[in-house]
Design a protein around this ligand. Structure first.
Ligand code: 4NP
Length: 158
């Protein structure tokens, strides 16, 4: 059975598509591409259909991380289609919790911060949208940390 992972933020143009791209890169590097379904979505649909924010794409490209996602809004069916739904911050978590159609669906929602090991000062992934370049670099640092740990955990569950 494939492990199906959905990353969720607000706009689905900065944090969650970067998390998706990083996690996919780690998975493919380990030759595990067939074992996972990986996607991202936003709780807000206003950017649907757009490519990721150019600042995030550029910062990711500098680290060798390709980003090709088109934004979409999270939907109730995602709770059927995915096993692990990872919220970037508490607002995303609460929006997902309200959208979840059942108790079993709610139990699929995790806070991404649970997987951070090298950033004890961060309890959420900060929205970089109104930040400068350092904001995007920080997000990528946090996402690389958590995606590495997430992959290790999911591999050990197999
Ligand atoms: P993201 O960043 O949630 O990491 O994709 C944002 C992108 C757009 C907006 C907010 C956050 N916005 O309000 O348009």
């Amino acid at each position: 059975m494939k492990q199906r992972v959905l990353f969720v933020c607000l706009g689905n143009i900065c944090r969650s598509p970067a998390a998706e791209a990083i996690f996919r890169m780690y998975v493919e590097r380990e030759g595990l591409g067939e074992a996972f379904v990986i996607d991202s979505a936003g709780t807000y649909g206003g950017h649907s259909g757009e490519r990721s924010d150019a600042r995030m794409r550029s910062a990711a490209a500098n680290r060798g991380i390709p980003m090709t996602h088109r934004a979409r809004q999270v939907r109730e069916e995602d709770f059927e289609a995915f096993d692990y739904i990872l919220a970037m911050d508490d607002n995303n978590y609460e929006a997902l919790f309200r959208l979840a159609p059942s108790r079993a669906a709610q139990q699929k929602i995790y806070r991404f911060r649970e997987f951070l090991v090298n950033h004890p000062d961060w309890s959420y992934i900060p929205d970089p949208y109104y930040e400068g370049r350092e904001g995007f670099e920080l997000v990528l640092d946090l996402l690389e940390d958590g995606c590495r740990v997430l992959l290790d955990r999911l591999r050990s569950e197999k």
